[in-house]
Design a protein around this ligand. Structure first.
Ligand code: GDP
Length: 460
């Protein structure tokens, strides 16, 4: 999907609210003729004589036939999302009305918007850069507090600003070195190699940090991969069901929510935890077997969090010690959860309290201390990192460009070390600039744009 210049001059239309019956629906138009054409079918007042950011009551008519009573909001270019003339028509939410209104505009030569076309116009008209446009898509799809805040901060300029500043500094160096090249033989030095080295090292630190944040970003977007491990009958599926049922109860308590629960995901404190291999866990009791089985170990390595569960009535300290050692070697953060507190051997409980004071005692069967468990889970994954507004990369495309940027920055440093000639240093700098520019969209190709905007849905 790429747009010709002529297509960019079209006035486009789409339903901006979700498909299906709601109390009201919002139909959005964008383009030079949006207000003029709306005025031709709107009865109430002359829309072409109204100010930007005003709302008007009237009827939409097809000839003599009244289609609906509506509210029309006007946004006059460039003070709109797309920086074009934008009209938002709020109609009653019947699909019949929506279809009639849209058809009426199609008859007048308005074109149905393609997926992401509103956002693409906003980008092409300089409303925001590419990273921010992608954040709009992430925001639309965000279904947890953490992913929402990551997307929101990126949309507001997030790391684009950071990249921008560094890129400008590097451009300055590039131009100094090019200047030296112009002077050729004369052996002048406008750009100090030491300063360049310092700048590149600083850039590298930022880029490395952003690269590292990708793991974190991924977690926010897709959930913290979590494994419940323990012997058969420890109570793993009971615990999982207890957590999931609680989540279901919470969700259905919120009046009017129709959100489908994603099986095997729970939201704790605004963060999604995704349980790995839970289908198996629920069907058979021993999919995730005793720790030490190699298949289980492989699975546990892919997790960011392990809930190690044991039965207080059926385990001794020797066994727990052995499991804890194995888990420590694995290097994945884990919680020691003592289950079946209701039928615990008191001796083991006190032994555990002195040897492992951080053990969490629960009774999954009776839903006892699940809240305490959730608090510990959140502590362990240290989600404050997400919430302090730190820059987090959540996008594979950005990650890719960051990796390439890092490699080309390392090339600059190697070049300086090896005292290679200016023209080669300049080339490495230009390459770094290119990849940095790819992130914010200063450097784009049609393919890249098409790829990004096709991920939007129609009406965005
Ligand atoms: P899994 O094999 O680890 O998935 O274990 P299950 O969840 O199937 O539980 C094994 C048995 O322990 C079942 O009969 C559960 O009802 C029981 N169970 C689970 N949690 C508790 C608990 O907190 N207290 C008691 N008394 N029984 C429990």
């Amino acid at each position: 999907m790429s747009f010709s210049l002529a297509e960019r001059n079209d006035t486009i239309i789409a339903l901006a609210t979700p498909q299906g019956v709601g109390a009201i629906a919002v139909i959005r138009l964008s383009g030079q003729d949006a207000i003029k054409l709306t005025n031709e079918v709107f009865f109430g007042k002359n829309l072409e004589k109204q100010d930007s950011h005003t709302i008007h009551f009237g009827t939409i008519r097809d000839g003599e036939k009244v289609i609906d009573e509506v509210l029309v909001s006007l946004f006059i270019a460039p003070k709109s999302f797309t920086k074009e003339n934008v009209v938002e028509i709020s109609t009653h939410g019947s699909s019949y009305i929506i279809n009639q209104v849209i058809k009426l505009f199609l008859k007048k030569g308005v074109r149905p918007a393609k997926a992401g076309e509103f956002t693409q116009r906003a980008f092409l008209n300089g409303q925001f850069d590419l990273a921010q446009a992608e954040a709009v898509a992430d925001l639309i799809h965000a279904d947890s507090e953490a992913s929402h805040s990551a997307a929101l901060s990126q949309m507001r300029g997030g790391f684009s600003g950071e990249i921008q500043v560094l890129r400008e500094k590097l451009i300055h160096f590039a131009s100094m070195i090019e200047l030296e090249l112009d002077f050729g033989e004369e052996d002048v030095e406008f750009a100090s190699r030491t300063e360049l080295q310092e700048l590149v090292e600083r850039l590298l630190r930022v880029v490395e940090e952003l690269i590292l944040s990708f793991d974190l970003g991924n977690v926010i977007k897709n959930g913290v991969p979590t494994v419940i491990a323990g012997k058969p009958n420890a109570g793993k599926s009971t615990l999982l069901n207890a957590l999931l049922n609680e989540e279901k109860a919470i969700v259905s308590d919120i009046a009017g929510t129709t959100r489908d629960l994603i099986e095997d995901e729970i939201n704790i404190g605004g963060v999604i935890f995704r349980f790995i291999d839970t289908a198996g866990l629920r069907e058979t009791t021993d999919t995730i077997e005793a720790i030490g089985v190699s298949r289980t170990q492989e699975k546990m390595k892919t997790a960011s969090l392990i809930l190690y569960l044991f039965d207080l009535g059926d385990t001794d300290l020797v066994e727990i010690n052995r499991d804890v050692n194995k888990l420590e070697n694995l290097g994945v953060p884990f919680l020691k959860i003592a289950n079946k507190l209701d039928k615990a051997n008191p001796e083991l409980v006190s032994e555990l309290k002195s040897k492992y004071p951080d053990t969490i005692f629960i009774s999954a069967g009776n839903k006892e201390n699940l809240e305490g468990l959730k608090v510990k889970i959140l502590e362990l994954v240290n989600l404050d990192k997400f919430k302090t507004g730190n820059t987090i990369v959540t996008n594979v495309r950005h990650y890719d460009s960051l990796i390439k940027t890092r490699d080309s920055l390392l090339d600059i440093l190697r070049g300086i070390d090896d005292q290679i000639t200016n023209d080669f240093v300049a080339m490495d700098i230009r390459r770094s600039l290119h990849y940095l520019g790819e992130i914010t969209g200063e450097i784009t190709t049609d393919d890249l744009l098409a790829n990004i905007f096709s991920k939007f849905c129609i009406g965005k």
